[in-house]
Design a protein around this ligand. Sequence first.
Ligand SMILES: Cc1cc2nc3c(=O)[nH]c(=O)nc-3n(C[C@H](O)[C@H](O)[C@H](O)COP(=O)(O)OP(=O)(O)OC[C@H]3O[C@@H](n4cnc5c(N)ncnc54)[C@H](O)[C@@H]3O)c2cc1C
Length: 449
Amino acid sequence: MSKITIVGGGLVGSLLAIFLAKRGHTVSVYERRGDPRKTDVYAGRSINLVVSHRGWTALRAAGVEVAVKQITVPVYASMMHDRDGKLNRVPYSIDNRAIYSVSRGELNRRLLSEAEQLPNVKLHFDHKCVDVDLETATCRFLPNGGEVIGVKADVVFGSDGAFSAVRAKMMLGRFTYSQEYIEHDYKEVAFPANADGTPKMDPQCLHIWPRRYYMMMGLANQDGGFTGTLFMPNTHTENAPGFDTVKTEEQARKFFAEHFADALPIVPDIVEQYMRNPQSSLAIIRCNPWTVNGKVALIGDAAHAIVPFYGEGMNAGYEDCKVLNDLLNEHGDDNWGHVLNAYGKARKPNGDAIADLSLRNFVEMRDLVADPKFLLRRKIEGHLQAKHPDQWLPLYSQVKFSDIQYKDAWREGLRHDRIMEEVLAIPGIEEKWESAEVEKRVMELVKAG
Ligand SMILES: Cc1cc2nc3c(=O)[nH]c(=O)nc-3n(C[C@H](O)[C@H](O)[C@H](O)COP(=O)(O)OP(=O)(O)OC[C@H]3O[C@@H](n4cnc5c(N)ncnc54)[C@H](O)[C@@H]3O)c2cc1C
């Protein structure tokens, strides 16, 4: 069995530690920050996440599905809040399937505790990776207030997130890399529960306030409150202010009154939170290769940081872990060169595809969810899926409720776009979308490929 170093004890590093330790490897996790179970390392940056099908598949394979399910809230639909406060509920599937809201901090704490119970896992907090020797799989860590130490292993995994130190070292060699910031940054906003602990909104919905240039989302917590995220351009344009021009309390008050008036009674201190909470940026990172020398590999955001609009970044990272585990089952635990090579080859195209899909969903959530044509398309797709489940699985369901590889879902989604473009152009489609005529036309287009 091998000696493994995992750099980064976040969402993916903690699950990877469980997978590898359960196989019998000796696993040491080195995390730059303090222990989140003892200090509030997530203050103002917790953000709720959704766990979906792929995440659950991996959590189940690692034996921690039940432990994680206990801290989640099922979410069956998105609830759109328009400017007039009108609500529109759009279910995620025709068969009542859910995605699951969880606090990032809670999830990380739960997985670290699960990992720590395994006798062959050792967690080292306040240890920042400052260097990796890619030939010898030796990492150098700077403990908080201490001297740099060297740790040699058989294999090193960089699960140290979007700004990975392991990846930075790989970049000094033959390495392709791109980093793209989108114009939007975000801030966390906490929505309180009622005084009696009941939720102020339907907890089984992802609440979305689409405002074209801005967007706010809210996901339920188990305590009746919600954790919300405000997305807004970093820099203002002639059409809209940005974080750079909404800086003072007065500017923030005016901004929320103008764009999110219906949310003010739900979050009375939204302005104070806006002023207090940190602003974070969003980047898409692509790189290649993900592994080097059969000894060092990137996983999770370190390999594929994406924008959060499909809610798949962590789920994709969990799927990375599951695929790696499957490859170890297939090729054995003493064949790392082969396994890591196969892992990188299998996952890289999927990392690229979910990056593209997530960017596309950004436009969808920000603009299209309030567009009647888009809502009609959703209805038509649901109708088709109900009548021809073997022929039509909407893109959203492929991504969120299936194991279909992201790269295949993406290709299929583009085909759906072409078909739906033709269908939505049928004169009078608004009235006859459920008719036999429309159904026949769609099936012809599906068969034509
Ligand atoms: C607003 C927002 C909403 C999101 N919503 C969702 C969602 O709904 N569903 C979903 O699946 N994904 C979502 N994501 C994406 C998700 O947060 C990431 O994909 C996920 O956190 C990746 O996990 P990771 O462990 O790879 O990286 P991280 O969670 O970033 O963990 C990396 C860890 O490495 C540590 N580290 C960094 N550098 C070093 C170093 N030099 N030495 C040692 N340790 C180091 C960090 O402290 C951190 O603990 C969202 C992201 C954002 C920003």
